[in-house]
Design a protein around this ligand. Structure first.
Ligand code: SF4
Ligand code: FES
Length: 248
């Protein structure tokens, strides 16, 4: 396939960026999107040009690093896949592909398509954990019965990979889907009950301090989420928050 790429180029957060047009030839439909980007970067390097910076790590849909907004959609046109799992067979010969970074005030551009998502780390550090007694007297997890329905819901919530597509897709740049997944995975399990009140209050406080917007129930986050995280988690987080506020 021969393609035109329109890629956002920005040297750093301090300077303005712009879209730059490139042509690329002989792209195999079997390539992943990131392999196509690698091929393009090799061509830029061979010409003495600056390669396009983009994030990636596992290339297996696990790490959540590969943030790209492709033709107006986070992680591109396929559903329930990350950019690294998107394949070029989703595009046609002669297509123009517009590639931008995940845009949100709380995700400043580092360079080109790479953005700083450390705000998610700080939200997680504010409460996305359980404190475990490591003195040797820890209760065996298997000794605590957990309702199958709740175990399944907790597992589904825990599949969030922290990619930030929900923020990038939201007109308010809200992080509610991400934070609610992290709150839910503990709220549904007995091990998460001990710190439940502090967890939800602290994580929401940190989310607001980072500058993410509010949820207005548009649902774009759920559509673009590569892991199919449900809006139901936002409802659960809101009820956890209300309960914690009244208790607190
Ligand atoms: S909720 Fe979905 S889109 Fe948002 S960070 Fe988690 S995996 Fe990514
Ligand atoms: S590179 Fe890890 S999820 Fe895409």
């Amino acid at each position: 396939m021969d393609l035109t790429l329109k890629i956002w180029r920005q040297a750093s957060v301090d300077v303005d960026g712009k879209m730059v047009d490139y042509s690329i030839s002989d792209v195999s439909p079997d390539m992943s999107f990131l392999e196509m980007m690698d091929m393009h970067n090799e061509q830029l390097i061979n010409k003495g040009d600056d390669p396009v910076a983009f994030d990636h790590d596992c290339r297996e849909g696990i790490c959540g690093m590969c943030s790209m907004f492709i033709n107006g959609e986070a992680h591109g046109p396929d559903r329930l896949v990350t950019t690294c799992q998107l394949h070029m067979r989703k595009f046609k010969d002669g297509d123009t592909i517009v590639i931008e970074p995940f845009r949100a005030n709380a995700f400043p551009v580092i360079k080109d398509l790479a953005v700083d998502r450390s705000a998610f780390d700080r939200i997680q550090q504010a409460g996305g954990f359980v404190s475990v007694n490591t003195s040797g007297n820890t209760q065996d997890a298997n000794a605590i019965p957990i309702d199958k329905h709740n175990a399944d819901k907790a597992f589904d919530a825990a599949t969030c990979i922290g990619c930030g597509a929900c923020v990038a897709s939201c007109k308010n740049a809200s992080a509610m889907l991400f934070v609610s997944a992290k709150v839910s995975q503990y709220a549904l399990l007995p091990q998460g009950k001990v710190e439940a009140t502090d967890r939800v209050l602290n994580m929401v406080k940190q989310m607001d301090e980072e500058g993410f917007g509010n949820c207005t129930n548009t649902g774009a986050c759920e559509v673009e989420c590569p892991k199919g995280i449900s809006l139901e988690n936002i409802a659960r987080m809101n009820s956890e928050y209300l309960y914690a506020s009244l208790k607190g």
